[in-house]
Design a protein around this ligand. Structure first.
Ligand SMILES: Cc1cc2nc3c(=O)[nH]c(=O)nc-3n(C[C@H](O)[C@H](O)[C@H](O)COP(=O)(O)OP(=O)(O)OC[C@H]3O[C@@H](n4cnc5c(N)ncnc54)[C@H](O)[C@@H]3O)c2cc1C
Length: 501
């Protein structure tokens, strides 16, 4: 039997501990050994409280108990994101984790909806989303598996305390035999010929050798950025926000089962309800507002007293050209960061871990495997980038410079194409894997004011009256079913009351 591969993970934030937890099954199978190095004196970023439904799949896959995780991280449920003031001042729409209706007469639901809308009056598209109606009523229960039931048409994610989640994962991974080393890495040592990383040296002088080094060192990007000198692809001409002030506030009475993102003069403010407090942050562009004004603004817009001083974080939207180079693989903030608008970072970590597990190498780096890994990671980053830019670009706000800039900026060709085909006939590109599915695009296109000009010919298979009746039946059945769901607070108190207070 061959020797297990030595994996060294640098960093113990969400990325480091998720990766360690994901690799636990390979450790058990004696395929690799994992050592994670982190330093208590270098704080992790400490934000990252909203997730996507894929997180549940990841947790289930690695064997995390949902109740235990939710109790220990003060988690709540997330059914989507409410966008306030994005398309225009006074607007509100929800990007749900669920569908809008289903095909009628061979045409996609949004095509039938558009046909009725063009012919006169129709209920807003959100009346046909179970997840959105549950959000609007602050209700939650688990979706059912039976696809003929209306309450099977959504999925859910979590809001949790990012610091507590990393702690939780650490306990989980250590219980599975992962080795943790405390210490600050001061040097990264390269092989003089191959350029591969051979070891890292700690402040104590201790050297840790490995076959592969996974860079989870956060914005420092100690291995991929600093040591490998990987070029950074800067996307800040499209995603202009480059700073955030994060601040927790006291919990308020009703826990919303969704994140709220409110567009402001120079960016947007998040609001994430947890069981013990609310997470808030103003993500802004330093080109359009001063730091003092931004700090003042985040506090002014809290709905309960602040629990700490606002903490500033700086970032630049973009990614390193490669996430896997030689024997170094970067994950999390060490590989890139777009911005937190659609809670995609933890998802991208998860994708990187799953791809690494699927393409797990032998002792010697294999270019075919790393090329494929990079192709898959790039695809995800590019799609997320386009979706995020869409939120900024598709606006008709005229009240501040940031929104005028974003509306007029040229966007990537791939996004312009998506906008054009939706505008022309409501067409949406379908991906087999990855983010984002058609309901996500529909919610943002329509929510921010873009209507399709023509409808799919299949939408004429039924008479207008037949379609109207089907729409009416659907919205009625959603409303009736949502009314009997428990309130989100009640669900949490029953299923996973905080163990931490
Ligand atoms: C404002 C903001 C809001 C965000 N909101 C969300 C969100 O809602 N949802 C989401 O999915 N993501 C969000 N993110 C992203 C999310 O925070 C990160 O993707 C996630 O926390 C992973 O971070 P990380 O583990 O890559 O880095 P970090 O958490 O920064 O961890 C880095 C680790 O490296 C260690 N380290 C660094 N240098 C050394 C060294 N020399 N020696 C030893 N150890 C070292 C540190 O000790 C630490 O353990 C947000 C990010 C920002 C900036």
């Amino acid at each position: 039997m061959s020797e297990p591969i030595e994996i060294v993970i640098v960093g113990g934030g969400t990325a480091g501990w998720m990766c360690a937890s994901g690799l636990a099954s390979l450790v058990k199978a004696n395929i690799c050994r994992v050592t994670l190095i982190e330093s208590e004196s270098i704080a992790s970023v400490g934000v990252g409280e909203a997730t996507l439904p894929h997180m549940k799949e990841f947790n289930d896959y690695i064997g995390i108990n949902e109740v235990d995780m939710m109790q220990k991280t003060n988690a709540t449920i997330k059914l989507g994101i409410e966008f306030v003031n994005w398309g225009f001042l006074g607007s509100s729409y929800i990007h749900p984790f669920g569908t809008f209706g289903e095909k009628i007469g061979g045409a996609d639901f949004h095509q039938q909806w558009a046909r009725v809308k063009q012919a006169g009056d129709v209920e807003p598209i959100e009346a046909f989303s179970y997840a959105i109606q549950a959000c609007r009523k602050n209700r939650f229960e688990f979706p059912v598996d039976n696809h003929s039931e209306i309450n099977s048409t959504y999925s859910y994610a979590y809001h949790f305390d990012a610091g507590l989640y990393a702690k939780f994962l650490r306990q989980f991974a250590e219980a599975k035999g992962l080795k943790r080393v405390e210490g600050i890495i001061t040097d990264v040592n390269l092989h003089p010929d191959s350029g591969n990383i051979t070891s890292v040296t700690l402040e104590s002088g201790h050297k840790i050798v490995g076959d592969y080094f996974i860079d989870c060192s956060g914005f420092r990007s100690l291995l991929m950025g600093k040591t490998m000198q990987m070029p950074f692809e800067d996307w800040s001409q499209w995603l202009v926000c480059d700073r955030a002030f994060a601040v927790p506030s006291e919990r308020v009475e009703i826990l919303t089962p969704y994140t709220r993102s409110t567009a402001k003069a120079a960016g947007w403010q998040w609001r994430i309800p947890l069981q013990h407090r609310t997470g808030n942050g103003y993500v802004y562009s330093s080109q359009f507002i001063s730091d003092d004004e931004a700090a003042h603004s985040v506090l002014k817009d809290l709905d309960a007293p602040a629990l700490a001083e606002p903490k500033m974080l700086k970032f630049k939207a973009g990614r390193y050209k490669k996430s896997w180079h030689k024997n170094c693989i970067a994950m999390g903030l060490a590989s890139g960061f777009l911005e937190p608008l659609e809670s995609t970072s933890i998802y991208l970590i998860q994708v990187a871990i799953i791809n690494l597990m699927n393409l797990f190498p032998n002792k010697n780096p294999d270019q075919a495997l790393s090329d494929e890994f990079n192709r898959l990671v790039d695809l995800e980053y590019d799609r997320v980038r386009d979706f995020l830019i869409l939120h900024y670009h598709l606006n008709s706000r005229d009240d501040s410079e940031l929104w005028r800039y974003c509306r007029n900026m040229p966007v990537p060709e791939s996004l312009q194409h998506k906008i054009n085909v939706f505008k022309h006939r409501g067409h949406i590109d379908l991906y087999r894997y990855g983010l984002f599915a058609p309901p996500s695009w529909i919610s943002v296109f329509l929510g921010q004011g873009l209507q399709q000009e023509n409808v799919d010919p299949y939408a004429h298979n039924l008479s207008l009256d037949q379609i109207k009746k089907k729409l009416n039946d659907l919205s009625t059945s959603i409303k009736e079913r949502v009314e009997i769901m428990p309130m989100h607070d009640e669900f949490l108190a029953d299923y996973c009351p905080s163990k931490l207070g």
